[in-house]
Design a protein around this ligand. Structure first.
Ligand SMILES: Cc1ncc(COP(=O)(O)O)c(C=O)c1O
Length: 382
C-alpha cells in the first residue's frame, strides 16, 4: 500500500485555470481564459535556437546562466531603468518567473516569517510562501480601481514581515503602478528590513505612452528587491520557461544557493538564442505598440457588447464587468459563458483566497485578431 503523505499544500486543488481550459476544450469555446498567445514567435528567434543547438550548445551552462545572456539583460536594465547590475554577481537566469519567485521566497523566508501579498494576485505566491513555512498576509488592492492601498499595507507590516510581493503591470487587473506609487512604497519600506519581490513579467506591455516603473529604477527599492522578468511573456514563448532575477549581490548570493539545488541550470540553447536575439532591442521596444493595438481592437469590440471593460493600462489582460448581463457568481458566470456563448474567461474571484465576488471576469487579448474577432462576435450576442 502506498504510504499516506501529509500534504504540504492541503488547500491546493484543481485550479480554476485548469477547470476553465478543460471546459473550453469540451465546448469548443474561444479560449480567452488562458494567459498566453495563440500566435507564434519571431522566426528569427527559432533560427537562433537551431543554430545554438547545431553549434553544440547542448550541455550544462554555468549555474547562474549563459554569460552572454546575463550581459544582455544587464545592458537592457541599465538602458531602460538606469541601474547597472553586475551580470557576474547580480543576474541569474531561471526556469521562468515561476521558479524565480519560488526560489527567492525559499531563499529568504524562514518558518514563522510573514509575507505580504496584494490581492488579487498570481496564484503561485501563496503556495510558495506556505512551502517555505511562512505566513501569508493578504492585503487587498482597492476594490474597483485595484490601486495599492498604502494605509492597509502599512497596517499589515509587523516585526515578523520578511517580504512583500508586488506585480506591475498587474495580472489580473491590468493596472500599472505609477512612479509616485513606487516612491510611496520605497518610503514605506525605508525604515524596515522588509525585502521585495517585484514581479515584472509584463514589463514590456504598458500602454498609452506610460512608462514601466521598475523596482530597479528606484535605488531605495532596488537595494532590497528581487526583480523578476520572463522571456516567455516578452518574446511570445511562454512554453520555454526562461526568465531572470536581478538583485543586489548579497541577495543574489542567497538566491543562487537555493537555485543551484533547485534547478541548477536552465536549458542552454534557448539561453544562447535569447542572447543573440536581444542584440536587437526592437522586439521588446515595439511590444507596447503591438499589444496596445490588440487591446484597442478588443476594447472597441467590447464597447459593442453589454460587458463593461475596465481600464487596461498594461499586461495582456482585460477585466470586464458583466453585471448588466447576469447576477451569477463569477465562477458560474464564466462556466455559463463558456458553455452557452462559446467564450472562456477566468473569474476574478479565483485570484482571491476564499473568493471575492465583484461580477468581474478576466479575458486575455494575447490572441490573433481572428480569434479576438470571433470571440467578440459571440459576446455581442449577449
Ligand atoms: C504575474 C505573473 N507572474 C509570473 C508568471 C509566470 O511566468 P513564467 O511563465 O515566466 O514562469 C505569470 C504567468 O502567467 C504571471 O502572470
Amino acid at each position: 500500500m502506498t504510504p499516506h503523505i501529509e500534504s504540504r499544500l492541503p488547500r491546493v486543488g484543481t485550479t480554476i485555470f485548469t477547470v476553465m481550459s478543460a471546459l473550453a476544450q469540451e465546448h469548443r469555446a474561444v479560449n480567452l481564459g488562458q494567459g498566453f498567445p495563440d500566435f507564434g514567435c519571431d522566426p528569427k528567434l527559432l533560427e537562433h535556437v537551431g543554430a545554438a543547438m547545431a553549434e553544440g550548445h547542448n550541455q550544462y551552462p554555468p549555474m547562474a546562466g549563459v554569460p552572454a545572456l546575463r550581459e544582455r539583460v544587464a545592458d537592457k536594465i541599465e538602458q531602460l531603468y538606469g541601474r547597472r547590475y553586475d551580470p557576474a554577481t547580480e543576474i541569474t537566469v531561471t526556469a521562468g518567473a515561476t521558479q524565480a519567485i519560488l526560489t527567492a521566497v525559499l531563499a529568504c523566508v524562514h518558518p514563522g516569517d510573514e509575507v505580504i501579498v496584494l490581492e488579487p494576485c498570481y496564484d503561485s505566491y501563496a503556495p510558495n510562501i506556505e512551502l517555505a513555512g511562512g505566513t501569508v498576509v493578504r492585503v487587498p488592492l482597492m476594490p474597483g480601481s485595484f490601486r495599492p492601498d498604502f494605509g492597509k499595507i502599512a497596517a499589515a507590516l509587523s516585526p515578523r514581515t520578511r517580504l512583500l510581493i508586488i506585480n506591475s503591470p498587474h495580472n489580473p487587473s491590468a493596472t500599472v503602478w505609477s512612479r509616485a506609487e513606487m516612491q510611496q512604497l520605497a518610503e514605506l519600506l525605508a525604515p524596515t528590513n522588509v525585502l521585495l519581490i517585484s514581479d515584472e513579467v509584463y514589463e514590456h506591455m504598458v500602454f498609452d505612452g506610460a512608462p514601466h516603473v521598475s523596482a530597479s529604477s528606484l535605488p531605495a527599492l532596488a537595494e532590497r528587491a528581487f526583480v523578476v522578468s520572463s522571456f516567455g511573456k516578452t518574446f511570445h514563448v511562454t512554453g520555454w520557461k526562461v526568465g531572470t532575477v536581478a538583485a543586489p549581490a548579497p541577495l543574489t548570493a542567497e538566491f543562487r544557493k537555493v537555485h543551484q539545488f533547485n534547478v541548477f541550470t536552465v536549458n542552454t540553447p534557448m539561453q544562447h538564442a535569447l542572447a543573440r536575439y536581444m542584440a536587437d532591442p526592437r522586439p521588446y521596444l515595439e511590444l507596447p505598440a503591438f499589444y496596445q493595438r490588440k487591446r484597442d481592437l478588443f476594447r472597441a469590440g467590447l464597447d459593442q457588447t453589454r460587458l463593461r471593460p475596465l481600464d487596461s493600462q498594461g499586461s495582456y489582460f482585460q477585466l470586464v464587468d458583466y453585471s448588466a448581463v447576469s447576477d451569477l457568481p463569477e465562477a458560474d458566470f464564466c462556466q455559463w459563458l463558456t458553455r452557452e456563448v462559446g467564450v472562456a474567461a477566468i473569474p476574478l474571484a479565483g485570484f482571491y483566497e476564499g473568493g471575492f465576488e465583484q461580477r468581474l471576469a478576466r479575458l486575455c487579448f494575447a490572441k490573433q485578431d481572428a480569434t479576438l474577432e470571433l470571440a467578440l462576435q459571440r459576446l455581442q450576442k449577449l
